[in-house]
Design a protein around this ligand. Structure first.
Ligand SMILES: NC(=O)C1=CN([C@@H]2O[C@H](COP(=O)(O)OP(=O)(O)OC[C@H]3O[C@@H](n4cnc5c(N)ncnc54)[C@H](OP(=O)(O)O)[C@@H]3O)[C@@H](O)[C@H]2O)C=CC1
Ligand SMILES: O=C/C=C/c1ccc(O)c(O)c1
Length: 297
């Protein structure tokens, strides 16, 4: 399982622009998502899928060509090529925008790319965490009937009453899972730990898609008839492009979709990480870097 993460996207004001930068001006409120570099030559780069470039540079835990580390949202300032910068729509709070540049676009992109952005579909969101809660709200805003599939009953009220889910399944409830078999057009699987796929493939109807989003470094398994009998597919997806990030922001603003966040200071990060390990955040921490005393952190 990948270590739990604090929001690593950056949202802030442009301090200064370079002589050749044309897209932004000092004072603009902008954001940077997961990518701050790519080769610009390969097929993914040329087709606005730069997140799939094999030479991409991650905005955190990576290195720039000059060997300096990338620190994403964990730094007080950054220098970044305008290609990887998006404008935050007027009226959108910066702390609201940050999770949309990761969790938001992470669900928006596959729904769009896999032909699942049309109204009337029945979707499942497996795992109600940072990505999952955006999944519920984005899918609802697309006009879907949304079922949350969770590992416990603890989040039922928040899923249904606060996020607007239409149904809630506990994955260990065999009778409820059996009753829902074959009813979903897709499941967005956000679980970040090894888990069986078959219970979720069973929820899919004809042509249903299981989209695996969680980072799991162990083989996942299923028997092939689970796919063949129903022409089902298993797919993966990796955040979204800069273009899709812009679309996600516009979509969320137009539909009134807001992320559920807890804003903390840099001095709180260790406690935040411990709470993430305990599945105890609703649903994303955002660090107020500008408001933190970085000397004490
Ligand atoms: N593909 C991509 O582009 C991206 C992938 N990710 C990855 O997606 C995964 C989910 O991220 P995120 O939503 O931020 O994570 P969270 O920790 O916020 O949420 C994960 C949810 O999965 C459920 N879950 C079920 N079993 C487990 C388990 N054994 N351990 C922990 N959680 C479990 C929980 O929901 P419940 O209580 O409902 O069961 C939990 O809230 C991570 O692996 C992350 O790295 C993140 C962003 C982009
Ligand atoms: O290997 C793929 C990792 C994807 C990923 C992207 C963004 C993010 O916040 C993650 O936790 C994982």
């Amino acid at each position: 399982m990948a270590p739990p993460q604090l929001s690593h996207e950056v949202v802030g004001e442009v301090e200064e622009v370079g002589a050749e930068a044309t897209k932004f001006r000092a004072g603009d409120v902008v954001g940077v998502g997961l990518i701050v570099g790519c080769c610009r030559q390969c097929h993914p780069c040329k087709s606005s899928n730069e997140q799939y470039c094999s030479k991409k540079i991650w905005s955190y835990n990576d290195v720039y060509p000059d060997g300096k580390p990338t620190q994403g949202g964990f730094s007080s300032a950054m220098v970044v090529d305008q290609k990887f910068v998006v404008k935050i729509p007027a009226g959108m709070a910066p702390e609201q925008a940050a999770p949309l540049l990761c969790a938001g676009v992470t669900v928006y992109s596959p729904l769009k790319r896999f032909g699942l952005a049309t109204p009337g579909l029945r979707g499942g969101i497996l795992g109600l965490g940072g990505v999952g809660h955006m999944g519920v709200m984005v899918a609802k805003a697309m006009g879907h009937h949304v079922t949350v599939i969770s590992s416990s009953d603890r989040k039922r009220a928040e899923a249904v009453d606060h996020l607007g889910a239409d149904a809630y399944l506990v994955s260990s409830d065999a009778a409820a899972m059996a009753a829902a078999a074959g009813t979903l057009d897709y499941v967005i699987d956000t679980v970040p730990a090894h888990h069986p796929l078959e219970p979720y493939l069973a929820l899919l109807g004809l042509d249903g898609k299981l989209v695996v989003m969680g980072v799991i470094n162990q083989p996942l398994s299923f028997v092939s008839p689970m796919l063949m009998l129903g022409r089902k597919s298993i797919a993966g997806s990796f955040v979204g492009s800069v273009e899709e990030a812009e679309e996600t922001l516009a979509f969320c603003q137009a539909k009134g979709v807001t992320s559920q966040i807890e804003v903390v200071k840099m001095g709180y990060v260790n406690e935040a990480l411990e709470r993430l390990e305990r599945n105890d955040v609703r649903y994303r921490f955002v660090i107020d870097v500008a408001g933190s005393n970085l000397d004490d952190a």
